[in-house]
Every structure is written in structure tokens, then in C-alpha cells.
Design a protein around this ligand. Structure first.
Ligand SMILES: [Zn+2]
Length: 337
């Protein structure tokens, strides 16, 4: 190879190299342009993705918030329902508590009243004169039926003794009302509601209450009740109506009311002992020829049931003494005539 040729070739090579370099540079530039573009594109894609992601997140958050709102609303409604139920239960509880209080107040009141009633000698003389030497004793139970009714009936059954139940209007005690009648005891009317503020508001209110109880008992037992005991007794001082007006109403309806002259004191406290109840009764039975004893057939008064055997046994052992259920022929022991 000649020098010239070599030079030419080298020049060509140089030229080519230069050209290649240029091309390479161009390519690199293009590449870097592409790179820059793709970087921009990537940046855009990134931003778009981020925006998309953010929108999606916002949307999800929105849905969650809406869901939460409705859920809270639902929970709120549920709380509302629970609160309503609670309120109803509380009302019922306070009603029943009130009625318990009333029953207790009733008993307390009547016991207090009874202490004020002077059982003068006339009363006793009257009894002695009007009757033979026989002492008639009547066990009476107010405020039932109750969870204790069956236990009381069992004791009475055990001794073959008949008593009197002055009942109130209660649901779910059908069998107890029936058993009182089937066992041969006297079913008397006390009051349907046993609410002083209602029954003693007017003669009409009292009449409605007694009629309601009368029909209720007739429907359940077939007994046409006409024996009555006023809540608090005829001498109660709570009634807004003159008790004489209520007595007139009973007379018009041919209904007969009975109070009591011996109180067992079983409603004077929450836990009056069976011994105390028995002595309250037995210490006073001998004072009269016609003895109407006040007991309570009420929830939580188990000591009344416990006191019964001793009371019944002692009375049955007494000479010339009989235990009877109240009837229209019974001497009317009444605080108010
Ligand atoms: Zn009562």
C-alpha cells in the first residue's frame, strides 16, 4: 500500500470517523432528547397517577365518610330505640315501684289509721249481745294476687281453713283468681288500679274502677263479687271525695264493704318477722267477738306466709272460736258507718 493511498484511506477513515462521531453525537442528542421527553412523560405520568390516586383516595374517603355518617345515623337511631325502651322500662319500673310504695303506704296508712280508730266498748258489747259465745275470726288478704298467693292458699288448704281475698286487677294471675274461688274462699274487690290519686279523685272514678274489677273477676271466675274493701280502709284521709259518698255508691250497687279490727302489721316494713306478725294478731284476737284480721298477699311478704301456721293453729285451738270466710252475713266491721 502506497503512502498516498494510505493517507487517503486514513483521511477517509478520519472523515468517516468524524461523520460517525457526528452521527453518534446526533444520536446521543436525540437519545438525550428522547430521554428528556420520556423523563417529562414519566413525570407527567407520575403526576397524573398521583392525581388519579389522590382522587381515588378522596373518593374512597368520601364513600367511607358517607358510610360512616349513615352508620352513625343508624347507631344514633339504635341508641334512640334503646333509650326509648329504657325509658319505657323505667316508667314501668317506677310505676310498679310507685304501686308498691302505694301498697306499702296503704298498709302503713291503714295501720296508723287503725291505731286511731277507737274500738269502743259499744262495738264489743254489740258483738257480744248480738251473738252467742262463739268468736268468729276472718283472715283477709289484701292486694293480691301475687307470687305468694299459691303459698298462702297451700297453708289454708293444709288446715282446711277458708279466708277472704280482697284482690286487685292484675294480668297473668288467672289461675290464682280461679284457685281462690275453687278452694272455697271469698273473692272480694279491693280496687282495680289501687292508685289512690285515681280512684279517690271522684265518685265516678271510684265507680269506674270497681266496675272494671267486678267485670274482670266475673269474666275470669264467674263470680258476681259484691264484697268490697277500700284501699286504705273506709277511714282513710287521702280520698278527695267524702268517703260517705263512696259508701252510698256501694249501697246503691248493693255491695257491702268490710274494714278490719286487727292488723297483722305485715306491711309496716319491708321485713316484718313472722313472729312479730303472729304476735300482732294473737295479742288482739281476744278483744272482739267478730275479728277481721288484715294481712297482705304481696310480693316479698314471705313472712306473712310463714306466720300463718302459728296463727291458724292458735285460733283453731281456742275454745268457741271459728275461722270463716267473709259473707254478706258477716258482722260488718266498718271504720265508717
Ligand atoms: Zn291495699
Amino acid at each position: 500500500m502506497s503512502d498516498k493511498q494510505e493517507f487517503v484511506e486514513e483521511s477517509v477513515t478520519d472523515y468517516e470517523t468524524e461523520q460517525t462521531n457526528d452521527e453518534l453525537k446526533k444520536n446521543i442528542k436525540e437519545l438525550s432528547d428522547v430521554n428528556r421527553l420520556s423523563k417529562i412523560k414519566m413525570k407527567n405520568v407520575f403526576i397524573l397517577s398521583m392525581m388519579f390516586f389522590l382522587s381515588l383516595t378522596s373518593l374512597i374517603m368520601l364513600f367511607l365518610l358517607i358510610g360512616l355518617y349513615f352508620q352513625i345515623d343508624g347507631i344514633k337511631q339504635e341508641i334512640h330505640i334503646i333509650k326509648d325502651t329504657e325509658a319505657t322500662i323505667n316508667t314501668e319500673l317506677s310505676n310498679s315501684a310507685n304501686s308498691n310504695v302505694q301498697v306499702d303506704t296503704d298498709a302503713q296508712l291503714v295501720d296508723e289509721l287503725e291505731n286511731k280508730v277507737l274500738w269502743d266498748d259499744n262495738h264489743l258489747t254489740e258483738n257480744v249481745q248480738s251473738d252467742s259465745a262463739i268468736r268468729r275470726v276472718y283472715l283477709t288478704f289484701d292486694d293480691g294476687p301475687s307470687p305468694n298467693t299459691d303459698a298462702i292458699l297451700d297453708v289454708l288448704d293444709q288446715y282446711g281453713v277458708k279466708a277472704t281475698f280482697f284482690v286487685v286487677g292484675k294480668q297473668n294471675y288467672n289461675s290464682q283468681y280461679k284457685r281462690i274461688v275453687d278452694d272455697g274462699h271469698t273473692l272480694g274487690m279491693h280496687s282495680f288500679s289501687h292508685k289512690y290519686n285515681e280512684i279517690y279523685d271522684s265518685v265516678e272514678a271510684y265507680a269506674n274502677d270497681i266496675s272494671k274489677l267486678h267485670d274482670y273477676l266475673y269474666e275470669m271466675t264467674g263470680v258476681d263479687c259484691d264484697i268490697v274493701r277500700f284501699p286504705g280502709g273506709s277511714s282513710n284521709t287521702i280520698s278527695k271525695v267524702d268517703m260517705k259518698e263512696l259508701i252510698n255508691y256501694l249501697n246503691e250497687e248493693d255491695m257491702l264493704f268490710f274494714d278490719w279490727n286487727v292488723s297483722s302489721g305485715d306491711a309496716l316494713g319491708k321485713n316484718v318477722s313472722a313472729d312479730k306478725i303472729a304476735s300482732n294478731v294473737l295479742d288482739n284476737v281476744n278483744k272482739y267477738k267478730n275479728v277481721i284480721i288484715l294481712f297482705h298477699d304481696a310480693a316479698g311478704k314471705q313472712s306473712t306466709v310463714e306466720a300463718l301456721p302459728k296463727i291458724i293453729e292458735t285460733i283453731l285451738e281456742s275454745s268457741d272460736t271459728v275461722l270463716l270466710p267473709i259473707s254478706r252475713d258477716t258482722f260488718p266491721v266498718q271504720h265508717l258507718h
